[in-house]
Design a protein around this ligand. Structure first.
Ligand code: SF4
Length: 379
């Protein structure tokens, strides 16, 4: 498929090099978004490109001078890229304080990445369903809006924000359609290719991504797919980072296929649409409070991650779940036992894999995934 190859090609270059080239070609400004829930629509409404930052794949050197090795890969890696000047193409950064590891990075980046002139930390309430949550969240969103407007000398109008929300919602709908197609026909693409599509959307103008998604969907509709005999797998986790593509390939090499996911570079990113309301700031606040996938970094007893994943397995008729924990992610490690109990109680096979920035060999992971797939098959 032509469009699929375009996404693969975009992913073949480190994102910071690709975005630097894009900036030179277009002359547009870019703001890096780091942390799980930066309201990108607000940046988009200023006609600035919001991009999600990742740790990349290169060895961590300068970042290791600032962080202990028991910090998660995304924190050490993004700090490393910023300290090395690889993120100097950014006109600014908005950092969502989704955990205390990220919080500590703000000062390190401010002190070392002198070429990034605007660095704005934002804080959102962690307990989602308290009486005062929405008011507190609105105050934070207003502060961010004011800060962006002051720095760039331009107002974020209600109309512009509505328009940006509309474009992002369209993206969410198109991605949901693509996911529905994959649930029905897992063979439409490799799991790694689905990740390329989402990564591209996190780092290119959403209008262009929407058009590419429409092209891709019409190409897929004309293809025919035979019955897929592979073991259907759900993936969950990998907070703040992309999945190592090697793991996605391993799942397919040993006879599995990914039918749905709750990954950060996955459905977690696009699943919660912003409702159409009169006040766009309120709508953005509601999106955070009513987020569909329960998040390990927030608390909402009415929205249980274990049950959410059990429902996902049932909906896709999957054979099991692989939970991917970013090593040293306290929030995810804390919630994981409840996910495990929920799977056990529902009789769903479940496997835990920890991933690190520095992986020397994928062989032990391959052995475990192969055994897991064989167990589901009953071999
Ligand atoms: S992976 Fe976990 S610990 Fe690391 S930045 Fe994300 S939420 Fe924080």
């Amino acid at each position: 498929m032509k469009t699929l190859s375009l996404f693969d090609k975009m992913n073949s270059q480190p994102y910071y090099e690709r975005l630097e080239e894009w900036k030179k070609e277009t002359g547009k400004k870019i703001i890096g978004c780091w942390g799980l829930y930066v309201p990108e629509e607000m940046i988009h409404a200023l006609d600035i490109l919001p991009v999600i930052l990742f740790n990349g794949r290169e060895p961590i050197t300068l970042g290791a001078q600032h962080w202990q090795s028991y910090m998660c890969g995304p924190v050490r890696g993004v700090t490393d890229l910023a300290c090395k000047g690889k993120l100097d193409f950014l006109d600014g950064m908005v950092i969502h304080d989704c955990c205390h590891e990220i919080r500590g990075s703000v000062d390190i980046i401010k002190l070392n990445a002198h070429n990034i002139k605007y660095i704005k930390p934002i804080w959102f309430p962690k307990i989602l369903k308290q009486k005062q949550t929405k008011q507190r969240l609105l105050e934070e969103l207003k502060k961010l809006k004011g800060s962006l407007e002051d720095f760039w000398g331009k107002e974020i109008t209600v109309d512009a924000l509505h328009r940006s929300i509309e474009i992002y919602n369209e993206n969410s709908d198109l991605m949901a359609e693509l996911y529905e197609m994959r649930r029905r026909h897992p063979g439409i693409m490799k799991a790694g290719q689905m990740q390329h599509i989402i990564l591209a959307g996190m780092q290119m103008p959403k209008e262009e991504h929407n058009q590419l998604l429409k092209d891709l969907l019409s190409e897929i509709r004309t293809d025919s797919f035979s019955e897929d005999e592979r073991v259907k797998i759900i993936l969950s986790g990998s907070l703040c980072g992309e999945m190592p593509e090697e793991i996605l390939d391993i799942i397919e090499d040993v006879g599995g296929c990914v039918v749905d996911d709750d990954l950060y570079v996955g459905s977690r990113y696009f699943l919660t649409r912003v409702s159409d309301g009169n006040d766009p700031l309120e709508a953005l606040a509601d999106r955070y409070i009513d987020m569909v996938p329960p998040c390990p970094t927030t608390q909402d007893p009415s929205n249980d991650l274990g049950q959410y994943l059990v429902n996902m397995v049932e909906k896709s008729r999957a054979g099991g779940i692989i939970n991917i924990i970013t090593k040293f992610c306290e929030a995810h490690c804390h919630i994981y036992p409840w996910v495990r109990y929920a799977c056990r109680d529902a009789g769903i096979p479940e496997l835990l894999i920890e991933t690190e920035h520095e992986v020397t060999s994928f062989d032990p992971i391959k052995t475990r995934i192969q055994a897991f797939v064989e167990l589901i098959k009953g071999e």
